[in-house]
Design a protein around this ligand. Sequence first.
Ligand SMILES: N[C@@H](CCC(=O)N[C@@H](CS)C(=O)NCC(=O)O)C(=O)O
Length: 209
Amino acid sequence: MQLYVFPPSPNSLCCQATANQAGIELELIPVDLSAGAHMDPEFIKINPNHKIPTLVDGDFSLWESGAIMLYLAQQAPASKQIPDDPKEKAQMAQWLFWKTAHFGPACGIFTFENIVKGMFGMGDADPAQLEKGNEEFSRYAGVLNEHLQGRDFIVGDSVTLADHSVATWLVHAEAAGIPLADYGELARWCKGVLGSDAWQKALATIPTG
Ligand SMILES: N[C@@H](CCC(=O)N[C@@H](CS)C(=O)NCC(=O)O)C(=O)O
């Protein structure tokens, strides 16, 4: 299977961590967004949204990081990244949707303003946007921080897609200026998830500099 990625992208990294946890060796194909490689007509054939990550498995292609994670995790049920229990499975879905609708966009404001703009020569961070990011992040990080009291994982007692999906937005917390340290339980949980072998292997694919 090939995964088209932009190596520092949180949306790519959570798919890579899922594959690593599942014991699946993906062929990573970097797509240089800064050079417009995602607008190549050949790439648009596999993802009409021209976004990474995009997975190709033979003549099957798939986009949206959450769907890619589900596809990969289902190849390796023994990795237990999707709970068997229906209630836990639904809770995992709850946090996946929550990440996509709320937590990811809140973190994305910091990532865009403090990292992406610099990478792509788009000017300085906008203080009004950062203020909005702070408001959104504090609202949602507070919910997860409370939930994580006494827990090492978001759902159940082992790592699931919910952990990969949420933690991926905190990989660049320091560089993005995300106030993770203000949320002790969140910071503790995040350190544990990102310290796993699956995550360390994914993070090692980020080019230095
Ligand atoms: N909801 C999508 C978001 C993917 C996304 O926004 N990818 C960005 C990079 S992080 C991208 O490829 N942007 C290029 C574009 O929008 O043209 C997912 O979870 O996979």
